[in-house]
Design a protein around this ligand. Structure first.
Ligand code: NDP
Length: 497
């Protein structure tokens, strides 16, 4: 689907945001009556005032979720019936694709073309995929003697908290709720405070689809209050989180200090793009490399922010990357031609700009961009930025920038390439480019990352598990059948015959 400019204007003219919490099947103000304001980061103008849920609202959501789980209206529904309702849910999201895409573009500064062609369709596809799996996963029977039967069954874990980031608001929520709902759990979502609107609208659609009251709840609010309350609640069985490593650590603490709830973390990265000297088609590498770092403004946990390139081809590759970057137009996110929208908020833009200053101060060579642009719009735009002569000990090579900033680092041989690529506390994703099939196998095994894409930039798709090694992840995977594991308990039923 593509959206023409006039269609976008029509959608905006008819937009009315759902700004209340969604708890127990109803839209509710926060108990405190408080709201917080969200803005359009492409203009700096306020967009909506949203219910500011805190610990008390989370407690009610947990009560509703628990009640729904215990009454079995969803948790013990036949998987085929859950599938039917989840299909309807996905259909409704699809029906509202244009509205949701525009909402996300307005609230997150994301290019509308990406919202319409990637974020919302993949949200729909994710819910459908897990729904389809609901009645196709079998349990097991162990090898016992004739006098016993040992059944190994999977059961929903119970009440799941999902704490969501702002970079792919609907899609990251779908990655969590798709498998959690398909396996029969009740879910409480806390969206990022900067991007709550699509989650709140999708919650309304869940009720229309027939998901029973209390099974799917959304509590907008701040991390330090609503997020923390989810982490520390004694009656939440699991939390799935995507966001910074710093907050991920807090969830482990929350769990340790409360009920030892299961914690699943997906926490950022500093992904290497390793380009070996034997690659003939450097145009293809450049095209992938540009997409890998500038897609979603670099506000992407798999952004390939370190270009680790053989010194013999570095200059040629950088020339090609710079030439292709010219096609990555920075501009109004609602313009279908825009490829780079605004940073999510002013403090984040300032953080990205401070990394650029750090790169210059530490002696890296700025060869493209480096500035805030379009300041006259009131929005928080940063142009695509490339540094050459980076060493792996520099701040821009070590810390997650989460912006459109690429750092080029050279190597002389394969061993050095691997050492540089793995010299990071993160391990979410990596790309390898080589024309040598043996090197492709060696490197994809040697790189310590949850996803390694070879001769392309890819996160895999809904069929493949997604998550990190090292400080990029903990406790489970999103996507694929593996995602169902984090939302289920294994029970052994041992029978004497
Ligand atoms: P956070 O990790 O702070 O936010 C992620 C989610 O956690 C949000 O819903 C947030 O709520 C919530 N949260 C924040 N603080 C707490 C807390 N003390 N207890 C419980 N929940 C909390 O990410 P930021 O938005 O601050 O971004 C900071 C950096 O994190 C980025 O620059 C980037 O490096 C990384 N990041 C990585 C992402 C990824 O995809 N792995 C996604 C987003 C960010 P609230 O929005 O209210 O703060």
């Amino acid at each position: 689907m593509e959206l023409e400019k006039n269609v976008i204007q029509d959608v905006i003219a008819n937009l009315s945001f759902q700004t209340k919490a969604f708890i127990g099947g109803r839209t509710l103000s926060a108990l405190s009556g408080k709201t917080f304001s969200t803005e359009n980061p492409a203009t700096g103008q306020p967009l909506a005032d949203i219910a500011e849920c805190d610990e008390k609202d989370v407690a009610i959501a947990v009560q509703c979720a628990r009640k729904a789980f215990e009454d079995g209206s969803w948790s013990r529904m036949s998987p085929a019936d859950r599938k039917r309702i989840l299909f309807k849910f996905a259909d409704l999201i699809e029906k509202h694709e244009a509205e949701l895409a525009v909402t996300e573009s307005l609230e997150a500064g994301k290019p509308i073309t990406d919202c319409v062609t990637i974020d919302i369709p993949e949200t729909v596809g994710c819910i459908r995929w897990h729904a389809e799996a609901a009645d196709k996963i079998y349990d097991q029977i162990s090898q016992t003697g004739p006098d016993n039967i040992g059944m190994i069954v999977r059961e929903p874990i119970g009440v799941v908290g999902a704490v969501i980031p702002w970079n792919f608001p609907a899609l990251m929520m779908a990655w969590k709720i798709g498998p959690a709902l398909a396996t029969g759990n009740s879910v409480i979502v806390k969206p990022a405070e900067l991007t709550s609107l699509s989650a709140l609208r999708i919650a309304e659609l869940s009720a229309q689809a027939g998901i029973p009251d209390g099974v799917f709840n959304v509590v907008p609010g701040f991390g330090e209050t609503a997020g923390r309350a989810i982490g520390r609640h004694m009656d939440i069985d699991a939390v799935t989180f995507t966001g910074s490593t710093e907050v991920g650590r807090m969830f482990l603490q929350y769990a340790a200090e409360s009920n030892l709830k299961r914690i699943v973390l997906e926490c950022g990265g500093k992904s290497p793009q390793v380009v070996m000297g034997d690659v003939a088609d450097l145009d293809a590498v450049a095209s992938n490399a540009v997409n890998c770092i500038f897609w979603n403004m670099g506000e992407n946990c798999t952004a390939g922010s370190r270009l680790i390139v053989h010194k013999s081809i570095k200059d040629t590759l950088l020339e090609k990357i710079i030439a292709l970057t010219a096609e990555w137009k920075v501009g109004n996110p609602l313009d279908p031609a825009t490829k780079i929208g605004s940073m999510i908020e002013k403090p984040h833009m300032e953080k990205v700009l401070s990394y650029i200053e750090a790169g210059k101060a530490e002696g890296a060579k700025l060869i493209l961009g480096g500035n805030r642009v379009l300041a006259e719009t009131g929005g928080y735009f940063v142009e695509p930025t490339i540094f050459d002569n980076v060493t792996n000990d520099m701040k821009i090579a070590r810390e997650e920038i989460f912006g459109p900033v690429l750092a080029a680092i050279t190597f002389e041989d394969e061993a050095e390439a691997v050492a540089l690529a793995n010299d990071t506390p993160y391990g979410l994703a990596a790309s390898v480019y080589t024309d040598n099939v043996n090197a492709a196998h060696r490197l994809s095994r040697a790189l310590r990352a949850g996803t390694v894409s070879v001769n392309c930039y890819s996160e895999g798709d809904i069929t493949t598990p997604f998550g990190g090694y090292k400080e990029s992840g903990f406790g489970g995977r999103d996507n694929g059948i593996h995602a169902h594991e984090q939302y289920t308990e294994i029970k052994t039923i041992w029978m004497q015959l």
